[in-house]
Ligand binder design. Structure first.
Ligand code: SF4
Length: 627
């Protein structure tokens, strides 16, 4: 659409949605009627105060989306008036996120995952059946398609529609779907075991039903982080306290901030989001920064394809995350915390909000303020500096480093960013002691790790095991392959990780072992692929995923991900399915440019899985076993 917010007027519903978030306008400076003589006297303060609320831009856009199903010119203009944001700037933000639509769109949309884990478990059959039964998808919830995916005139009257989607984080019950219905009482649900019939029922207005719980198949004695899953009511603070909850927070306040950091450092806790940075060192760096305030962010924007462990923790043990955040904030001197939850996790956000409210009412948070911020469908917002931009109300584009977040992060202040699983370890360290924590795993990779088993195993799900467990043992824990099937490959670490071969199943899963083997643990993805899977289609899906999700601000990534996908597509035209040598050279060159010159991890790892498919699985040179 052309941006003409000056002419367009917000509807009553749009105003109501924005006002419910921001409150009614107080003056002409935040969207109220002009002409009040008082406004002239508050001009300086009024304008500055309004601009200081820029960080509410994404929540305001989400509010419009939830109420009317898209962001119209009038709605966008009203948000711009209320927050004093230039329309072009707000337009840039609205078009950044895949779950926000800037063209008329059916109010009820079902997003059907066609990403790698779901592909391995029949997603293509579901989407093909849907195309036959209800017609083509509206588009793909991706950066390249979402701004003008539709013929507005044709689609506006439709009540519902479906879209293909990147990974929805429900790989334990693949294929997955996410339904979002706009209205006065908006509705969202993430479901597993999607079939074409079930998606059709959702399109016709059916409820997704009671949320499917998470099944933990391991004995409770083997568990730390998953110990409460299925055993302790996630909605009851009393049940959590009866199970020892909040004892670690009490201990932390008793021993003091310095001792807490010393304990976390001695435990050797490494970040579980992928970068494996020492948590104690990060905490100490923020604590020692003189600038104030300090901020804490729990990174719950779990979007790496094949990753769903953080969702399980948030849905099934939300009080543990709140307690861990309170400990982290106490240790690092943070006055305000944010949980940045990916937009496709409505149940996790609801349960966390309940836990925060209950802990606050019980007086357990002290002066700490924790706020949940929902993402809106952007993989890149899992990058820590992209989260800052997103919370501040800008496009979620990563920042150059330095300065590092511990020095100048959210709102330019010292900021701790920890992933959900990382934080979940903290109460265990404080209660059990650093030595007991470090006694599990290896010297360089201490503790247990959550692994997301997906793909062709009998029982996909989250499994907890000490660092050092072998791939073979994990696959066995998940029930092994279906009878008669043989292992083709394992994707470790997700789309940003790499493939390993069947002969690598005795690889010990530690940071040091995987690094030596030329692969990575990443975010704990273990995607098992048997001989029924079309590996080439999976590799192409990975390439298209990175092309879609590149934020586009740096050339090596923006152009490289496109060139990479084009080269792989030329495979279909290559005689015998072999990739010509010059294409391999091109892919290597593009991959090296992305790795060496991209700003953030997305571009730096966009070639990893593809490179491993070429060089380790020999997928495209005829010496492997292409399908
Ligand atoms: S590497 Fe890609 S995703 Fe990261 S900042 Fe550059 S363009 Fe954006």
């Amino acid at each position: 659409m052309d941006i003409r917010p000056v002419d367009a007027t917000a509807t009553t519903d749009e105003r109501a949605a924005v006002n419910a978030l921001l409150g009614p306008p107080q003056s002409a400076w935040d969207g109220g009627p002009r002409g009040n003589p008082r406004d002239a006297h508050v001009a300086a303060v009024g304008g500055r105060d309004t601009r200081a609320r820029r960080h509410l831009l994404l929540p305001a856009l989400r509010a419009l989306q939830s109420r009317v199903g898209w962001i119209s010119e009038g709605g966008l203009g009203y948000v711009c008036d209320r927050l004093n944001v230039p329309p072009a700037d707000a337009w840039g933000v609205a078009t950044f996120y895949a779950l926000l639509f800037t063209a008329p769109t059916p109010r009820r949309i079902v997003h059907v995952c066609d990403d790698i884990a779901c592909k391995a478990r029949g997603a293509d059959a579901v989407t093909s059946a849907l195309e036959r039964a209800v017609g083509p998808p509206l588009g793909h919830a991706s950066h390249s398609a979402r701004t003008a995916p539709h013929d507005a005139a044709a689609l506006a009257p439709r009540a519902s529609g479906w879209m293909r989607s990147p990974c929805l984080g429900r790989c334990d019950r693949a294929p997955a779907a996410f339904v979002a219905a706009a209205g006065e009482r908006p509705y969202e649900a993430l479901i597993g075991d999607a079939t074409a019939d079930r998606v059709q029922a959702l399109l016709n207005g059916a409820d997704a039903g009671f949320p499917q719980g998470t099944v933990v198949r391991q004995p409770v004695e083997q568990l730390r982080l998953l110990r409460r899953v299925g055993r302790v009511d996630p909605a009851s603070i009393d049940a959590y306290r009866a199970d020892g909850g909040f004892a670690a927070l009490e201990k932390a306040r008793g021993i003091g901030a310095a001792a807490v950091i010393a304990e976390v450092t001695a435990a050797g806790l490494l970040g579980r989001g992928g970068a494996a940075f020492p948590t104690g060192r990060k905490w100490e760096a923020v604590r020692s920064e003189p600038a104030t305030p300090h901020y804490l962010i729990c990174n719950a924007d779990e979007s790496e394809p094949g990753t769903f462990k953080d969702r399980v923790l948030m849905e099934e043990d939300p009080f543990a995350i709140v307690e861990a955040m309170a400990i982290a904030a106490f240790a690092t001197g943070c006055e305000r915390g944010y949980v940045y939850v990916r937009g496709e996790y409505p149940l996790a956000a609801a349960r966390l909000q309940h836990a925060i409210d209950a802990a606050r009412v019980a007086g357990l948070l002290g002066t700490l303020d924790i706020e949940i911020r929902r993402g809106a469908g952007a993989y890149i917002c899992g990058e820590e500096t992209a989260i800052f931009e997103s919370i501040e109300g800008r496009r979620g584009e990563p920042r150059n480093k330095p300065p590092f977040p511990v020095q100048a992060g959210l709102f330019g202040k010292p900021t701790v960013v920890n992933n959900v699983e990382t934080l979940a370890n903290v109460p265990h360290i404080l209660l059990g002691g650093a030595a007991a924590f470090a006694a599990v795993g290896t010297a360089a990779s201490a503790g247990t790790r959550l692994f997301c088993l997906s793909g062709n195993v009998e029982h996909p799900g989250v499994y907890e095991a000490p660092y050092g467990v072998t791939l073979r043992a994990l696959i066995d824990l998940a029930g092994g392959l279906a009878p008669g099937r043989t292992l083709r490959a394992v994707l470790l670490g997700g789309a940003a990780g790499s493939f390993v071969r069947p002969e690598d199943v005795d690889l010990r899963l530690t940071h040091e072992d995987t690094r030596a083997a030329g692969t990575t643990l990443g975010s704990g993805v273990v995607m098992v692929l048997d001989d029924s899977v079309d590996l080439r289609a999976l590799v192409l899906r990975i390439a298209s995923f990175f092309r879609d999700e590149s934020c586009g601000q740096c050339v090596p990534c923006r152009v490289g991900t496109i060139r990479q996908e084009e080269a792989l597509h030329r495979l279909s035209a290559a005689p015998g399915g072999r990739l010509p040598a010059e294409e391999l050279v091109l892919l290597d060159d593009v991959g090296a440019a992305m790795r060496d010159a991209s700003i953030c991890g997305l571009g730096q790892t966009a070639y990893s899985a593809i490179e491993s498919a070429i060089k380790r699985l020999h997928l495209f040179d005829g010496s492997g076993a292409p399908r």
